[in-house]
Design a protein around this ligand. Structure first.
Ligand code: KIV
Length: 259
């Protein structure tokens, strides 16, 4: 049975930790899903970890849909959420509806994620929810705004912290079913988690959130550089390099393939 947004709300009630990881292709999604991940996010970090760009800005809606389709084919259990990429939803509510509608119609993803807590975004979240499109919100460090925010921790001053708290409350009221809290102080994330009824999914936001997400390239040790708050649970760069060395040696020595 696939996880639903209603079940995620129950997870928060029953204090069941939500585990989320990103994916960008079929094989990876299949492995993460079979391992019991609750939410698989086709994040726009795809731009950097899958497509080699230096930020998330260049990835297009078509590219997100292409990868989300592949991910969805590999998933039986997890809730799949697909990021709306930069400038696919900011221009107007109509633009956001068209983009989110395409994601749901073309990919089999259950929900979209979009960044920010500006009143324009609140309106978009409310309108998408009203027409039946579940929305995951994302506040704190929002990489699509790195030209203004940089990649530094957000919410360090009282004013900034209050703004992020107000945004999280307003996004929940607008109908978001969950919210990513990225790179904010753990006390702020803990306060948000107790004050809003929807699950908080932290990344660089301490250990008091309802769940945690990591970019899978960081998680698996595939990224060249990872943010300070990320953790690699295995070093696949080393594992793969060793495998290539073993392959080369066996081919040179005519041990593989067998005659
Ligand atoms: O794009 C992404 O991978 C994300 C995560 C950092 C939450 O938005």
């Amino acid at each position: 049975m696939a996880i639903t947004i209603q079940q995620l709300a129950q997870f928060k009630q029953s204090k069941k930790t939500i585990i989320s990881l990103t994916a960008w292709d079929y094989s990876l999604a299949q492995v993460l899903d079979a391992a019991g991940v609750d939410i698989i996010l086709v994040g726009d970090s795809l731009a950097m970890v899958g497509l080699g760009y230096s930020s998330t800005l260049p990835v297009t809606l078509d590219e997100m849909i292409h990868h989300a389709k592949a991910v969805c084919k590999g998933v039986k259990h997890a809730l799949v959420v697909c990021d709306l990429p930069f400038m696919s939803y900011q221009a107007s509510v109509t633009q956001a509806m068209n983009a989110a509608g395409r994601v749901l119609k073309e990919t089999n993803a259950a929900a979209v994620k979009l960044e920010g807590g500006h009143p324009r975004v609140l309106e978009t979240v409310a309108e998408l929810t009203a027409i039946g499109i579940p929305v995951m919100a994302h506040v704190g460090l929002t990489p699509q705004s790195f030209r203004i925010l940089g990649y530094k921790q957000q919410g360090k001053t009282v004013n900034e912290a209050n703004l992020i708290l107000d945004q999280a409350i307003a996004l929940a009221q607008a109908g978001a079913f969950a919210i990513v809290l990225e790179h904010i102080p753990s006390e702020l994330a803990a306060t948000i988690t107790t004050k809003i009824p929807i699950p908080t999914i932290g990344i660089g936001a301490g250990n008091q959130c309802d769940g945690q997400v990591l970019v899978t390239a960081d998680f698996l040790g595939l990224s060249r550089r990872k943010p300070p708050f990320a953790k690699s649970y295995v070093n696949l760069r080393e594992v793969i390099t060793q495998a290539v060395d073993d392959f080369r040696e066996e081919v040179q020595e005519q041990k593989f393939p067998a005659s």
